[in-house]
Design a protein around this ligand. Structure first.
Ligand code: GPP
Ligand code: MG
Length: 291
């Protein structure tokens, strides 16, 4: 807690906002089977959705227990494909490089980047529990000297200026103001470094946030930005887009399968499908160069 002068009185300023405390509470308490059961398969715990064609034959598996297992594995395969898609866009990287994972969750994305490129990684999350979990996973894999997780604010990381060859947000930008976020990425990235974001954004061509987008905001306690806001904020913060990909069509099969996974649903599945189908919401990848 620091303090600030207002007139003659001194008002305490908390180091973390009440909103950020509520977000941390959510993720400290979160234990959705759709995240934990998928992660258990290969100890890669993701907090994002999937991309690519789904093998819907898993739904026809006659043995009920095996059917659940096969659906779980198929959803995990699609989420892993999304993580690889992002990691591929970070490169080329070498083991001498470090990367920064903003909103790292239980840590899966940093491990995927490390396994693919050999790079070191720093992940940050507001959740103490997630950071501890992720560090424990890194210890179990024997990569804790290379991949580290910190309970910190992605807007104010305290990590070294210019220390990173690449950085990303995988579905975590909707918790922060984009100008503040991109200023921190621009500070952390070396000149010529690569920034990648995968996000759900609302579609400016639809108008303002739809009912479905508002329901998603309420579900996760977040504030989904319009697509346009990303490009404005990047332009203001030395990040120049080099690749933009609309992944909306590629993520719909994941949601269609997840909707039928009775053992894993969280209740938000219909809303995502409705938002994508009525054109109010898009799943987007943007890669940018730090100039
Ligand atoms: C999913 O994490 C992502 C978010 C919480 C951010 C919101 C994303 C948008 C694209 C709007 P998760 O894997 O923990 O969610 P779930 O528990 O639903 O699988
Ligand atoms: Mg999930």
């Amino acid at each position: 807690m620091s303090s600030t002068e207002v007139g003659a009185t001194t008002v305490p300023v908390p180091s973390q906002s009440s909103y950020q405390n509520r977000v941390a509470d959510y993720w400290n308490a979160e234990e959705n089977p759709v995240n934990l059961e998928l992660g258990k398969i290969d100890d890669l715990y993701h907090h994002h959705y999937g991309v690519g064609a789904a093998d819907v034959s898993v739904l026809d598996e006659p043995d009920p227990e095996l059917r659940q297992e096969r659906i779980t594995a198929e959803l995990h395969r699609l989420e892993h494909a999304q993580a690889e898609l992002l990691a591929e866009r970070l490169g080329p990287l070498t083991p001498a490089d470090r990367v920064f994972d903003a909103g790292c969750g239980r840590g899966g994305g940093s491990v995927v980047a490390h396994l693919r490129h050999g790079c070191g990684a720093d992940g940050v999350t507001l959740s103490e529990k997630q950071a501890e979990f992720a560090n424990e996973q890194a210890r179990k894999r024997g990569i804790d000297d290379r991949v580290r997780y910190h309970c910190r604010n992605m807007l104010d990381t305290g990590l070294p200026t210019g220390g990173y060859a690449a950085s990303w947000n995988n579905e975590s930008t909707m918790y922060v103001e984009l100008d503040l976020l991109f200023a921190e990425h621009a500070r952390l990235l070396r000149r010529g470094g690569r920034y990648v974001v995968i996000t759900g954004c609302y579609n400016d061509t639809y108008g303002r946030a739809s009912r479905e987008v508002s329901l998603i905001n309420a579900h996760y306690i977040c504030d989904i930005h319009p697509r346009s806001a990303y490009f404005r904020a990047m332009a203001r913060n030395r990040l120049v887009p080099v690749h933009v990909e609309d992944l909306t069509a590629a993520t719909i099969p994941y949601w269609e399968l997840r909707q039928q996974a009775e053992h894993l649903v969280t209740g938000i599945e219909e809303t995502f499908l409705g938002a994508y189908r009525n054109g109010s919401f898009q799943y987007l990848l943007i890669a940018a160069d730090r100039v």
